[in-house]
Write a protein that binds this ligand. Structure first.
Ligand SMILES: Cc1ncc(COP(=O)(O)O)c(C=O)c1O
Length: 291
């Protein structure tokens, strides 16, 4: 098994609907509501040194994401916590990425899905850095996406819902073909919002600036970074960020469970250095997740 082995052809075990099955047998029927109508929510978590960072917060968020989509996760957040540890142990993992996913089943096949059952699976695998580790000291490159994040009135923006990633994949594909690492979304008002899978931070004159999370996921890593900034006496501004400001920022970084703290070296034609604030907060985050 290599890093390129397709995800349905790997070895190991996956928890699905109450049982642990060999990895290759964790299958879903083609007439699942989740696949046709986007009724699916998921989590992304990391285990460091045998401990899942903010384990229960992620389980609670999965429940909340499902509730927003009028779905109900069949087990409690604390039961979810236990299974996440069990599946890591079963796969012999102490450092892992964990992916719980819930979706509506095939009991009914139309827009109305009142009779469908909510299915749940939890997989875990070894996963290194989200972006190429060699970019750590240079920073990744971003290009403004052609799609915009929708308003809270037009999409369930507080849910980690699969359907919200449709524009993320489209945007990321486009900029990758142009040689960039990721796309940066503006929102429907034209404010800077986040990348395709991580939240946005900037440094200007010693102040940490991050957009108000009123139409994108208020990431668990984002909240952790805000706490760490307070501990390190770094002043914080949570506010709307205009794209015209990008040229005046000294440092930029992204945060997310997968991306962790990733420095940004370029956005469109603006360039940034991986400066002292990014390095300090990245180090503080890395220490915290392994503590
Ligand atoms: C679109 C999007 N925004 C932000 C985040 C960061 O969230 P978290 O820090 O909770 O992983 C993620 C990752 O889950 C994401 O997919």
């Amino acid at each position: 098994m290599t890093a390129d082995t397709p995800f349905d052809k790997r070895d190991g075990y996956i928890w699905i609907d109450g049982e642990i099955v060999p990895w290759k047998e964790a299958k879903v029927h083609v007439l699942s509501h989740g696949m046709h109508y986007g009724s699916s929510v998921f989590e992304g978590e990391r285990m460091y040194n045998g401990k899942i960072f903010k384990c229960n917060q992620h389980s609670e968020r999965l429940h909340n994401s499902a509730r927003i989509l009028d779905m109900e996760i069949p087990i409690s957040p604390s039961e979810l916590d236990e299974i996440k540890y069990e599946i890591c142990q079963k796969n012999g993992l102490t450092d892992a990425y964990i992916r719980p996913v819930a979706w509506r089943g095939s009991e009914q096949m139309a827009i109305s899905a009142q009779a469908t059952k909510t299915h749940l699976a939890i997989a875990a695998w070894k996963w290194g850095t989200y972006f190429d580790a060699k970019k750590r000291d240079k920073g990744i490159t971003l290009k403004t996406a052609q799609w915009r994040r929708p308003p809270a009135e037009c999409a369930p923006v507080d849910s980690k819902a699969a359907g919200l990633y449709m524009i993320a994949t489209l945007s990321k594909h486009k900029v990758e073909r142009e040689g960039y690492d990721d796309a940066l979304f503006l929102d429907y008002r034209g404010y800077v919002s986040e990348s395709t899978g991580a939240n946005f931070f900037a440094i200007k004159d010693g102040t940490l600036i991050t957009p108000t999370p009123d139409n994108f996921l208020n990431g668990i890593t984002r909240q952790t970074i805000l706490e760490l900034a307070e501990e390190h006496n770094i002043p914080v501004e949570v506010r709307h960020v205009m794209p015209e400001e990008l040229g005046s920022f000294e440092e930029i970084f992204l945060t997310g469970t997968a991306a962790e703290v990733t420095a940004v070296g370029k956005i469109d034609n603006y360039t940034y250095t991986v400066g002292p604030f990014t390095r300090k907060l990245r180090e503080a985050y890395e220490t915290l997740v392994r503590s």
